[in-house]
Design a binder for this molecule. Structure first.
Ligand code: G3H
Ligand code: 13P
Ligand code: ZN
Length: 286
């Protein structure tokens, strides 16, 4: 069943676990994510970036995800990841996305509040949830000094001001993760997370979570992260699966025999994330 981001994340916040938000770019990735959610009896967030929408077409994702959500008993949220323009966000709302992210993190606080508030007003009017971002994710190869940390990581007082001013349903914060593949091992600022969660008490979102150690993920969930974004690890599983068939059976040219094993591998990766995030067994029925 299709549910909103708020329904999923409020339940996670109340029960102290996190829900995986997995980026999809094609049918096989979506099927792998839904198969894993059913196997784990877990709620799930399926998210599309603006790039993914450009690649597949908004109507394709609308039809595919609504079909998948209607066919399954587990709660499924269709979310726009890193929405940057008013038009894209409105278009997703018109096409049945049940949650949107407005990423105004490149603006200063005042500017971020302005663009985010505009989206909250229209999205909430039609029952769609809103995620926003405050603070900037660092580059994967950046070495962050203590003074730089204060400049780009989320400031707890600003987070309170931002949430009060905008009325967002969840907040993505910057505590040391980055998008893509890490070179070294990132160390998350757990103290900052703890402070922000204690002040806000609302669902907190962690972007760039592929490649973060299980120990750090477990700790972050314990401290109040309720949505964890994963793209790179699933992309890697897809490509590993395809590569394995092509390398071991170079004569193979049936797309089903190339994409099928990749779909199984992605399903395993997604299911293991659900267990790690504590969402396994948390699917509820409405
Ligand atoms: O945070 C970004 C996501 O991994 C989406 O990446 O814009 O290449 O689809 P993308
Ligand atoms: P990763 O690709 O690093 O998992 O990040 C995903 C993400 O944050 C999508 O918004
Ligand atoms: Zn992200």
């Amino acid at each position: 069943m299709l549910v909103t981001g708020k329904q999923i994340l409020d339940h996670a916040n109340e029960h102290g676990y996190a829900v995986g938000a997995f980026n999809i770019n094609n049918m096989e990735i979506l099927q792998a994510v839904i198969m894993a959610a059913e196997k784990e009896n877990s709620p799930v967030i399926v998210q599309t970036s603006e790039g993914a929408i450009k690649y597949a077409g908004i109507e394709y994702f609308e039809a595919l995800v609504h079909l998948a959500a209607n066919k399954t008993k587990v709660p499924v949220c269709l979310h726009l990841d890193h929405g940057t323009t008013y038009n894209t966000i409105i278009s997703c709302i018109r096409h049945g996305w049940s949650s949107v992210m407005i990423d105004g993190s490149h603006h200063d606080l005042k500017g971020n509040i302005a663009v985010t508030s505009e989206i909250v007003k229209v999205a909430h009017a039609v029952g769609v949830s809103v995620e926003a971002e405050l603070g900037r994710l660092s580059g994967i190869e950046d070495q962050i000094s203590v003074s730089e940390k204060d400049a780009i990581y989320t400031n707890p007082d600003e987070a309170v001001e931002f949430v009060n001013a905008t009325g967002v349903d969840s907040l993505a914060i910057a505590i040391g993760t980055a998008h893509g593949k890490y070179k070294g091992e990132p160390k998350l600022d757990m103290e900052r997370l703890d402070t922000i969660k204690k002040m806000l008490k609302m669902p907190i979102v962690l972007h760039g979570a592929s490649g973060i150690t299980e120990a750090q993920i477990t700790e972050a969930v314990k401290l109040g992260v309720n949505k964890i974004n994963i793209d790179t690890d699933v992309r890697q599983a897809f490509t590993d699966g395809v590569r394995k068939v092509i390398e071991t059976k170079p004569e193979e040219f049936d797309p089903r025999k190339i994409c099928g094993p990749a779909r199984d591998l992605m399903c395993e990766v997604v299911a293991s994330k659900m267990r790690m995030f504590g969402s396994s067994g948390q699917a509820w029925t409405l």
